[in-house]
Each structure stands twice: as structure tokens, then as C-alpha cells.
Design a protein around this ligand. Structure first.
Ligand SMILES: NC(=O)c1ccc[n+]([C@@H]2O[C@H](COP(=O)([O-])OP(=O)(O)OC[C@H]3O[C@@H](n4cnc5c(N)ncnc54)[C@H](OP(=O)(O)O)[C@@H]3O)[C@@H](O)[C@H]2O)c1
Length: 325
């Protein structure tokens, strides 16, 4: 009887102790959204909980954590930096870019901003520009005179892809919806297919390369419109915009690439890498007027969540930019 009572009371004490400990841990815990006032503050967007509704504008210690593409003016450089100096106008890519300040290694993904390009445009280049360049050049081995079809030509990556393909001397067909036909023509596409009226896999045209940012057609449909030894570069990882089925699309891309080992036409899938050299190439393309970033909308820093919501709809016309005043 006594042992039973001791056990009962011990269990009760342990249980109460655990509850008290959990409460103390909860009330004393903090995340990035609950820090004390920073000594060296800057404004930044924080993802306090999962989901776009939880993006919040806060003051933090420099640097912070959201977004990748940036453009701005160099405020200070390290003692060994020779390529850049204070006051230089630059653009590039680095995690945590949606903020007033960002710290970047001088030998990484950063280049001087061409003077004919606005900060707004330069800040939109980052991932989209590099993705288009690497897909067409490194994966597709694009060259002058080739017939290239770009599926998803009106979006962030697509508007760079159309212009870069033209800069390489290709004959470009862009696929987009009715409202974007004029835009895609205006950035240099030789032909435009309106996907609401015509399925690009059902024409009598054959291409050296399909640069696919959407992935809404099957393996055989795309292979049938490639020339012998043609290539389909799979860049889309979830359709245009953000999609929950991203992992399924990535698996599908790998599967298509594997299947193409047994056919003359090749399918290749890739994830872009942010390299310094490619920012130099993009700078030169912009400087020469061959590429001009297309800006759909501009948002203020505190409207970042709205910008992300809009992008997630998957119908951006070019790039969406957040401006830091
Ligand atoms: N592999 C990589 O490293 C890498 C890097 C970056 C992005 N991506 C992927 O590349 C894809 C495109 O990215 P993004 O930033 O360009 O997207 P985005 O800016 O959201 O692209 C939206 C565009 O896609 C068009 N679109 C939607 N459905 C279409 C369809 N059925 N056919 C043709 N066009 C259609 C939309 O035009 P309408 O409004 O007219 O429909 C809109 O202009 C995404 O899947 C993204 O995940 C891959």
C-alpha cells in the first residue's frame, strides 16, 4: 500500500514538474521575431512562422534572411577587396537580400551594374537571369541559327531566356497567353504561340531546343517536336510560380532525363548555380542593350508578403521587385 502511494505521488510530482518546465521553456524561448531591440538595426522581412501570411517587417541586427537577388551601392569593402570600392553600383545574388544592407563576398555572385540599367531592373536579374543563361548556354549548348522554343516566355526566367536566346543568334518561338503576346514579341521573339489558342506540341514545327519553364506536356509530345538530336532543357520545377507539387515535378524531370537516354533527342534537368562569372556575362549583355530586364510590379519593403503572394499566383509578366527606400 505504502509503495503504491509513493509511486502515485512520484508520478504526480514528475508530471507537474514537466508541465512547469514546458511553460517556462515556452515563455522564455525566442525566435528571430522576438528578439530584443537590436544595437545596429536594419529593416528586414522575417518569416516568423511557415506561410506567406507570417512574413513580418522587423528591425534586426544586420544582416538578415529573406530573398536572393539584389542591387545597390557599396557602402564599405574589406581591406583585400580590389574589384569594388565604396560608392560602386552593383547587382548580384545572396541569401538575405530583401533588406537595407547585405554582406557579400567580392569574389562571389556580384558584378558592377551597367549604367543603362536601373537599380530596379538590376535587382531583378539574379536567379532568373542566371537560370536562363545556364539553361540555354550550358545545358542546351545554344548557337546561332538554331530554332528554340521557350515555354513560359512571359515570366521572370522566360523574359530573360527570350532575350538571351536572341543574343546568341537563335530563332526564338515564345509560348505565353493572349495578354502577353505583345510583351514576348517586344522583347525579341520571332514567333509567339498563344497557349490558350494553340498547343505548341501540335504544330508542324520542329525545334533544336525546347527550353521548358512550365512542364505541362508529356515526354513524347515534346520529343516529337524536337529535331533529331534536339534537346529539351527542363528548367521548370513546379510549373510557373510556386506549387506544392514541386517534388513531383522534380522527380518527373529526372524521369524524363533518364528516358531520353534511350532516344536520340535528349532531355536534361538542372538547378542553376550562382557564379560570379555569369553575373559578368549578364552585365555585358545588359550593357550592350541585348538584354533589358522586364519589370512587372514594384513593391515597398513592407509589402514583401504581397509581392510573394502575387508571384505565387504564377502569372507574373517579367520580374517582381521589392524596393528598399
Ligand atoms: N532550375 C532552376 O534552377 C530554376 C531557377 C528558377 C526558377 N525555376 C523554375 O522556373 C519556372 C519559371 O519560373 P519563373 O520565375 O519564370 O516563374 P514566373 O515568373 O512565376 O512565371 C510566370 C509565367 O508563366 C506563364 N505561364 C503560366 N502557365 C503557362 C503555360 N501553361 N504555358 C506557358 N506559360 C505559362 C505565365 O503567363 P500567363 O500569366 O500568361 O499564364 C507567367 O508569365 C518555375 O517552375 C520555377 O520554379 C527553376
Amino acid at each position: 500500500m505504502t509503495i503504491k502511494r509513493i509511486l502515485k505521488w512520484s508520478m504526480l510530482v514528475i508530471f507537474v514538474g514537466l508541465v512547469v518546465w514546458l511553460f517556462i521553456a515556452y515563455w522564455t524561448s525566442s525566435n528571430d521575431c522576438q528578439r530584443n531591440a537590436p544595437n545596429n538595426p536594419m529593416k528586414a522581412i522575417l518569416s516568423c512562422e511557415y506561410g506567406v501570411d507570417n512574413l513580418q517587417l522587423r528591425e534586426l541586427e544586420k544582416p538578415s534572411r529573406f530573398g536572393t537577388d539584389f542591387a545597390g551601392v557599396v557602402e564599405a569593402v574589406g581591406k583585400n577587396v580590389t574589384d569594388f570600392k565604396t560608392g560602386n553600383e552593383v547587382f548580384g545574388a545572396k541569401d538575405g537580400a530583401v533588406a537595407e544592407y547585405i554582406c557579400v563576398k567580392a569574389d562571389r555572385a556580384i558584378a558592377m551594374k551597367p549604367i543603362n540599367i536601373t537599380f530596379e531592373q538590376a535587382g531583378s536579374v539574379g536567379v532568373a537571369g542566371v537560370t536562363a543563361l545556364q539553361g540555354l548556354r550550358d545545358k542546351g549548348h545554344i548557337h546561332a541559327g538554331q530554332k528554340v522554343l521557350i515555354n513560359g516566355a512571359s515570366g521572370g526566367v522566360g523574359t530573360f531566356a527570350v532575350q538571351i536566346a536572341k543574343a546568341f543568334g537563335a530563332e526564338v518561338t515564345g509560348v505565353c497567353s493572349t495578354r502577353n503576346v505583345d510583351l514576348v514579341k517586344s522583347i525579341g521573339a520571332d514567333h509567339v504561340i498563344d497557349y490558350t489558342k494553340q498547343d505548341f506540341t501540335k504544330t508542324d514545327q520542329h525545334y533544336d531546343m525546347i527550353y521548358d519553364l512550365v512542364g505541362n506536356h508529356g515526354f513524347s509530345e515534346r520529343r516529337n517536336i524536337l529535331k533529331p538530336n534536339g534537346i529539351c532543357v527542363l528548367a521548370g520545377i513546379g510549373g510557373a510560380g510556386a506549387h506544392p507539387e514541386t517534388m513531383v515535378r522534380i522527380a518527373g524531370n529526372f524521369w524524363n532525363a533518364f528516358r531520353s537516354n534511350f532516344s536520340k533527342e535528349k532531355f536534361v534537368f538542372y538547378i542553376a548555380k550562382l557564379t560570379e562569372g555569369d553575373f559578368g556575362v549578364l552585365r555585358d549583355l545588359m550593357q550592350s542593350g541585348k538584354v533589358s530586364p522586364v519589370i512587372d510590379r514594384t513593391y515597398k519593403l513592407e509589402q514583401t508578403a504581397d509581392a510573394v503572394r502575387y508571384m505565387e499566383e504564377g502569372h507574373a509578366r517579367g520580374k517582381v521587385v521589392v524596393m528598399v527606400e
